[in-house]
Design a protein around this ligand. Structure first.
Ligand SMILES: NC(=O)c1ccc[n+]([C@@H]2O[C@H](COP(=O)([O-])OP(=O)(O)OC[C@H]3O[C@@H](n4cnc5c(N)ncnc54)[C@H](O)[C@@H]3O)[C@@H](O)[C@H]2O)c1
Length: 377
């Protein structure tokens, strides 16, 4: 029997847990090590999940020779240095998005991975929802005809109040763009993935609703609420972005992103309008999609491998009526990735080239907002 691929998780916050959950369901891998800047968090994590090795720093982990692959679930500013060092060591590298703080860094990483022939992946897991795979297959087979219009939104409310705080509000940790880099990147990756068409040019309008926020004196993890004392900090990254885009083949697009929309929790929604039919899918109701037609009744397709196109079926891991969601999408992404590490190919994996691409889109959004003009990508 082949040895299991030994994985190290870097960062045990929100996404460290998501990666851990998904990886535990993949037989070809074992989680061998964990590291976090907060030593107590790493210890608790290792203890809870019976992970044998805990390191003090990510460098110690990468130098140890004990891991074949890493899952980089650290805050954005660390992605570049951790990913670079892992690639230099020949370690399989799965990074959370955004791949780096800017396009230049991301391109360097994707070039390095290509030079060293190391398979990579970025956490654009929405690609792996069974009905997203279904939409991709439907478009490929021509079921909705020629794609004419695409419309998408990704709306959340977890930064709705001035007192909501997270490291993403600080540019030096998160990067020049916040809402767009954080969730707009998922939206554009998903749209480009299902249509197989790239955004060629765009114009954007971004806005910061809360120009100052209250930062708690104590540390706050993603989605955690703080009750203690706080201080005012200036915020200069966007809460909201709207983008008009032109995609290849003259497809027109409109996208809205917000982290301050009350009631919207993880509201990723994509709408594709073709010359034969339309489709709509929402992340919060991921097991159903709407198919719209002009001359006959509209349909609701419930996720069911027996009703899904052949190419999408393997992405449903349960029969119809058995719901699948966010954690399952990560499991499907990592399953494809580790098959790829073992020599099989998959066109679906968002690799570092895809990660790099979304930083190009993000930088175009910032430039367009700054110059009040259309920007070519
Ligand atoms: N793909 C997705 O759907 C998705 C969703 C949420 C977040 N993310 C991405 O995942 C990344 C992590 O976000 P999160 O929400 O889990 O943040 P988080 O704050 O919950 O967790 C980050 C963890 O990294 C640890 N850390 C900080 N510095 C470290 C260091 N030097 N070495 C080791 N660990 C260190 C922190 O202590 C913390 O435990 C971000 O880049 C974010 O954009 C992706």
């Amino acid at each position: 029997m082949r040895n299991k691929i030994r994985i190290g998780i870097v960062g045990c916050g929100f996404m460290g847990k998501v990666h851990n959950d998904a990886l535990r369901r993949i037989p070809q891998v074992e989680i061998k090590a964990v590291v976090d800047e907060r030593a107590d968090a790493a210890e608790r994590f290792a203890d809870t999940y019976n992970i044998p090795l805990i390191y003090k720093t990510y460098t110690d982990m990468l130098d140890s020779g004990e891991v074949d692959a890493i899952h980089n679930c650290t805050p954005n500013f660390l992605h570049y240095e951790v990913n670079k060092k892992a690639l230099e060591k020949g370690i399989y590298t799965v990074s959370e998005k955004p791949l780096a703080l800017d396009y230049k860094q991301a391109k360097e990483l994707s070039d390095l991975a290509a030079k060293k022939h190391i398979p990579t992946a970025v956490g654009f897991a929405y690609r792996f929802f069974p009905l997203i795979q279904t939409i991709k297959e439907m478009i490929k087979k021509g079921d909705i005809g020629e794609v004419r219009l695409v419309k998408g939104e990704y709306l959340q409310d977890w930064l709705f109040y001035k007192k909501d705080y997270n490291w993403r509000l600080e540019k030096k940790i998160s990067g020049e763009s916040r809402a767009f880099a954080d969730i707009g990147s998922h939206l554009c990756d998903t749209i480009e993935f299902v249509t197989d068409k790239k955004i060629k040019s765009l114009t954007a309008d971004i806005s910061t609703i809360h120009k100052t926020r209250l930062k708690p004196m104590e540390e706050t993890l993603t989605f955690a609420k703080s009750q203690g004392e706080s201080e005012h900090i200036a915020v200069d990254t966007e809460d909201y972005a709207s983008v008009l885009g032109h995609l290849e083949d003259n497809i027109k697009g409109v996208f809205t992103v917000s982290q301050v929309s009350a009631g919207k929790k993880n509201g990723l929604r994509i709408e594709i309008y073709g010359s034969k039919a339309s489709v709509i899918w929402e992340q919060e109701k991921p097991n159903q999609m709407w198919i719209g037609r002009r001359n006959k009744a509209n349909e609701i397709l419930l996720k069911d491998p027996s009703l899904m196109p052949k190419g999408a079926r393997s992405y449903a891991s349960l029969p119809g009526g058995h719901n699948e969601g966010y954690n399952d999408a990560f499991k499907a992404l990592f399953t494809d990735y580790y098959k790829c590490v073992n020599g099989e190919s998959s066109e679906n994996i968002p690799d570092f080239v895809s990660g790099c691409r979304q930083l190009l889109v993000t930088e175009a959004v910032l430039k367009s907002n700054r110059t009040k003009s259309w920007v070519e990508l």
